[in-house]
Design a protein around this ligand. Structure first.
Ligand code: GDD
Ligand code: MN
Length: 394
């Protein structure tokens, strides 16, 4: 008897009109891939491998082929949808079934048309044994590739589309560099802490079609998944036709944009920027007003700057950082004083950097330096102070 810890991995294969592929695929997985996994000297778990086909009620008899195979192999399951609801919906139905009925520890997303080589499955299992929570097959890293048979147009769309999606979703943060193939279809995800924390209600998907890939990737990374890419040699389809439609590209960009736009971080940052801009307007307005009212120059500067500080503090408190709002007169007063100090810090940074720039490059660079100092020094400083000091999470 083996002492290896048993774990269950469910290979979920959505199908629509894959009658010419799915039988062969199931045979290959059960008689070759799963046997290799059981015999592997590298893998340290006792992997219980299961296949779950989620069929969109294909008219070509895919369901019958799978039902036959399920009689032959005890670890093959068929879930038949009432209708074709899109690949994203099919996967969420599959995840739910795999968790509830098959006690999955890991769920694979796997195509039924041999475009994903079955030999990648043990490689991905190796990665999850090393502690990774989300492992995807990438065509863009060393060892990965696009199908040899792809024409220029398909290649172009895949490359530019993938890069644009990466950019919209993650630029300029670390995931932009870590995720090289955001639209890939080959994935494995840990159930505990990740898939079991997701809503399986597929009406929540921004796209029930191929765009769901981006959404689940984005959400899983947001949950803090340990992430890894393995090389994927994406093959040409074995038989049948792709279900990708012409509107898929547009759909993918829409989903990428919405994910980034609705993200908490984005919303907070945009509000922070707006409040900063309003602060600038208030500063300028009161500066002109006070300087016309009296002729004490320094007082006009001091008071107008303080007006901007009051505006920044108030608007950020009730809007940008609403979730961590400061309330009660004593707390507000204390934080407001602290806020004046951090604002003075920003003033100091700007003064020093501005003076140094002019001293180094000459006064003709004064105006050019200002926006750079604001964007690269003052903004990051304020953002940091607001998040980590003033509106620090409890
Ligand atoms: N149940 C169900 N319902 N299955 C579906 C549906 C659906 O609406 N649409 C597609 N499928 C199944 C297909 O039968 C196939 O097994 C699998 O999902 C992948 O669909 P394909 O139609 O073969 O997609 P593709 O090869 O064009 O696209 C692949 O590459 C893309 C990246 O370029 C997939 O791996 C995509 O997920 C990936 O984004
Ligand atoms: Mn395919």
């Amino acid at each position: 008897m083996s002492k290896k810890p048993p774990q269950t991995a469910v290979i979920i294969i959505p199908t629509y009109n894959e009658a010419d592929n799915i039988g062969r695929m199931i045979d290959h997985l059960c008689t070759k891939t799963f046997v290799d996994i059981a015999k592997s000297s590298v893998l340290t778990s006792d992997w219980q491998m299961k296949i779950l086909v989620v069929d969109g009620n294909s008219p070509d008899g895919t369901g019958q082929v799978v039902a036959k195979k399920a009689k032959k192999y005890p670890d093959v399951y068929l879930f038949t949808e009432t209708s074709k609801d899109g690949i994203g919906a099919a996967y969420l139905k599959g995840f739910k079934y795999a968790m509830e009925k098959l006690k999955a520890d890991f769920v694979f997303e796997f195509d039924g048309d041999f475009q994903h080589p079955p030999e990648t499955i043990p490689v991905m299992l190796e990665a999850v044994e090393q502690g990774y929570d989300h492992v995807i097959g990438s065509r863009k890293i060393k060892g990965g590739s696009n199908p040899k048979g792809w024409g220029f147009k398909r290649l172009f769309f895949s490359e530019i589309g993938g890069l644009t999606a990466r950019f919209i979703l993650f630029f300029p943060f670390k995931n932009f560099f870590k995720v090289t193939d955001p639209t890939t279809g080959l994935k494995v995800t840990r159930v505990k802490g990740f898939v079991d924390k997701m809503s399986m209600d597929y009406s929540r998907l921004l796209s029930k079609s191929f765009g769901y890939k981006l959404q689940l990737l984005f959400e899983t990374l947001k949950m803090g998944a340990k992430f890894k890419e393995i090389p994927l040699q994406f093959h040409v389809r074995n038989a049948g036709e792709s279900k990708i439609e012409p509107q898929t590209a547009k759909d993918i960009f829409r989903v990428a944009f919405l994910l980034r736009w609705r993200d908490d971080f984005t919303q907070k940052f945009l509000k922070f920027g707006t409040v900063g801009f309003v602060g600038y307007l208030i500063n300028a307005l009161f500066l002109s007003f006070y300087s016309r009212l009296w002729s004490i120059e320094w007082l006009a500067w001091l008071l107008s700057t303080e007006m901007a500080i009051i505006s920044n503090f108030t608007l950020n408190n009730v809007w940008t950082f609403k979730k961590d709002q400061i309330s009660g007169p004593i707390a507000i007063l204390k934080k407001f004083i602290q806020f004046n100090f951090t604002s003075a810090g920003a003033l100091l940074i700007q003064t020093i950097a501005g003076t140094l720039t002019v001293a180094t490059f000459g006064s003709e660079y004064r105006q050019l330096a200002l926006p750079f100092i604001i964007v690269f020094l003052v903004l990051p400083y304020n953002w940091f102070m607001y998040n980590k000091v003033i509106w620090k999470k409890k």
